[in-house]
Design a protein around this ligand. Sequence first.
Ligand SMILES: [Zn+2]
Ligand SMILES: [Zn+2]
Length: 250
Amino acid sequence: MRVTVLGSGTAVPTPDRFPAGYLVEESGRRILIDLGPGVLRRLPQVGLGLEDIDAVLLTHYHTDHCADLAALLFGLCNPRYAARRELVVCGAQGLHELLAHLTAAWPWLARHEYPRRFEVIAPGHHRVAGFDVEAIAIEHTDASLGYRIRSEAGATAAFSGDAVACDALVPLARDAELFICDSAFPGAAPGPGHMTPTEAGRAAAAANARRLVLTHCYPECAGHDLIAEARAVYGGAIVLAEDLQQFELG
Ligand SMILES: [Zn+2]
Ligand SMILES: [Zn+2]
């Protein structure tokens, strides 16, 4: 299983970090976790097109995590995608309302010749595009989900989405090979609704995750040694996420 960081940034634009987006792939099956604005542009940068995505898992409906859903649906109106395989879009409560509002603003998003499905998923285990996906409720918005994804080969990657430090992060990341965790603000300048590297490190340690990837970095992180902050509380491998970085698991 390969995990690619498509966007390690936030709602505040910076030159190097696109808003949230991650790609999980194995054996030609591909899931996007979140679709922040601009993230679709990252796909051709890793040699992929819109025809290559089987499923989208949204962690929550803040715009920096899902604005490109509209761009995806509009892009897929292009006749070149008419014969593509089914697209599945999953998220917490509010998904159908989001689609209804997007379609009210842009009626052409309702058009599709290829099969597609929007699925509200509850916390628990789901089968998505050949992966075992466990959705776990995370404290951030009223309906935020983290995703724990296991490949057929047994590799596990955990995605916190946006989060505050909460107990749910431990089962989310338990023994995971890769734990991609909100680390939006440095300890010296914490922000509401998000985690610091120390909190991410504590969650990774409690979960016994093997490798922690600090992500969703706001500009306030500049000049701070986020890895050192996490290192003080967590003994596993720590990586500061960069866009287009890839991790091979399993
Ligand atoms: Zn958010
Ligand atoms: Zn966010």
